[in-house]
Design a protein around this ligand. Sequence first.
Ligand SMILES: [Zn+2]
Length: 331
Amino acid sequence: MWSRRRLLRLGDDDFPLAPELWGRPDAKVVACGADAVAVTEAGSALSLDWQPTAGAYDAAACWLLDADRAWFACASGPWGRFRWPSPGWDTGDGSNCPAPSWDTGDGSNCPAPSHRAGVLPSPKGQREPSPLSQLLPLRQAWPMLGDEDAAAAVAGVALAAWHASHGFCAACGHPTEAETGGWVRHCPGCGIEHFPRIDPAIIVALVDNRDRLLLGGQPTWGKRRSVFAGFVMAGESLEQAVQREVGEEVGLDVDRVHYFGSQPWPFPRSLMVAFTAHVENPDALHVDGHEIVRADWFTRQQVRQAWDDGTIDPPPPMSIARRLIDTWLRG
Ligand SMILES: [Zn+2]
């Protein structure tokens, strides 16, 4: 599901590499907002080989390279400036910028790349797509993208969302500044370094003694039914979070809690940690009526039938929830 290619951070020391990286024929760029990613208009053949338009996007940038490396630089929020490298690229003042460049903040264009990462100069709310691209919500774009593009888009959106919401220091209130290619925010006021926040959440497939799977629905889901998820609370282990969430939402006791896998879920900053678990008392099922309004035990045949006839909808194809269900369906 995920590329084995390592996503490397493009840090301060690496930024002089940027022109070389961009010059490679397999370089790609991904432009992201806090909840969206830009993709080319090519139907199902969407890719991130795209030249963004000035002022159109909040942004993160990614250079995908050879077989085992992917360098990643990120937006730094409205305090920085990032000029997208593109032959003939309009820098916004009528001049063209032939090479990767970063605005030093003194009004000059096309300077040598510096240590500063930045964002496209985009007034908030101005997100008009260029003729070559469209900005899609990540949830919508994700299933269309290949594994590597999806991984880059997920990282870009996660970081862009973090920058968008962490412009000020939580310790002293001073405006923070992006560093290390956008992977760190530094506070000039008190010297603290801030790192991207990730909220762990558990997601669990519950199976009973008859090998049935429990699928539930939240109030806003319509016909979608899925496995069960919730955030890990402070001081809690992942296993304790599984037991608590299942108890709270459907009143069941679990044992045999086994790790299944994980998935970044940047809506806006989750890491989904997936488990399977066994339920000894399936008949004790009762939904909380708040987070979960409907839950039923399904055999494999019943799930396939319900998906086929549209009685219920599955979770999104790229989600680890879907992977949990598909794995169970294969027996
Ligand atoms: Zn501070």
